[in-house]
Design a protein around this ligand. Structure first.
Ligand code: GRF
Length: 224
């Protein structure tokens, strides 16, 4: 990451001769985050993993951050008991690393209003079902796949969507469909969907980097 010259905030994109900077928020395993990091390393995604934030100090996501030598932070109600202070600490970490796009990769907490406002239109989440169905409060982890099977759905699959104040309610950007098989358990369905999540997230990000998909909060690096 190189900054050739500091002028004003407005010209930052024009003078930055670099790739899109990604900041991650993750609570658990971080396999989606890892897939994106791997895509960056392999050159399939023209982006830089800039920093990783987790509310869980023992998360796989932070272990992966260490292994990849990517700057990381444990920021939670333990480190910042006040919600406002936590929101500000998360925002400060993201701006310190000049993050362009924020990725929620299995992040189990709500984003605070300051961070949401600053990165409005530039925060993406992945959800393991075909939104707008099977989303919202309580729809996380195996609950989602249990609900899909209980509803007798023939198809499921991951959705990437923009994040707003409501859980899983921002505009859907892309989805992949996979079959729900007659003998599926929540575990087998989750594994089939997760495999596609890994492809979908990197693919969407590369399309954003190339300007093939546009999101309101990222206009690209003009020189790239
Ligand atoms: C994924 O299923 C994702 O859809 C959901 O949380 C899970 C995160 O998995 N939002 P991982 O931590 O990326 O392995």
């Amino acid at each position: 990451m190189q900054l050739t010259l500091h002028k004003t905030r407005d010209t930052l994109h024009e003078i930055r001769d670099t790739k899109m900077n990604i900041g991650f928020l993750a609570s658990h395993n971080g396999s989606n985050m890892q897939a994106i990091i791997d895509a960056c390393k392999a050159g399939r995604l023209q982006a830089t993993p800039a920093c990783i934030i987790s509310n869980n100090p023992d998360s796989g996501a932070l272990a992966r951050a260490k292994a990849e030598s990517i700057p990381y932070y444990h920021l939670s109600s333990k480190t910042h008991p006040s919600e406002e202070a936590l929101d500000q600490a998360i925002l400060s970490a993201l701006t310190r690393h000049q993050v362009d796009i924020v990725i929620l990769a299995g992040y189990m907490k709500k984003i605070g209003p300051r961070t949401l406002q600053h990165f409005s239109g530039a925060i993406l989440n992945i959800h393991p079902a075909l939104l707008p169905r099977f989303g919202g409060k309580g729809m996380y982890g195996m609950n989602v796949h249990e609900a899909v099977i209980a509803a007798g759905e023939k198809e499921s699959g991951p959705s990437v969507h923009l994040v707003n104040e409501e859980y899983d309610a921002g505009p859907v950007i892309a989805q992949i469909r996979v079959p729900v098989l007659p003998d599926d358990t929540p575990d087998t369905l989750a594994a089939r969907v997760l495999k596609k999540e890994h492809d979908l997230f990197s693919d969407v990000l590369q399309k954003i980097a190339q300007g093939v998909i546009t999101i309101p909060g990222y206009r690209g690096n003009i020189n790239s």
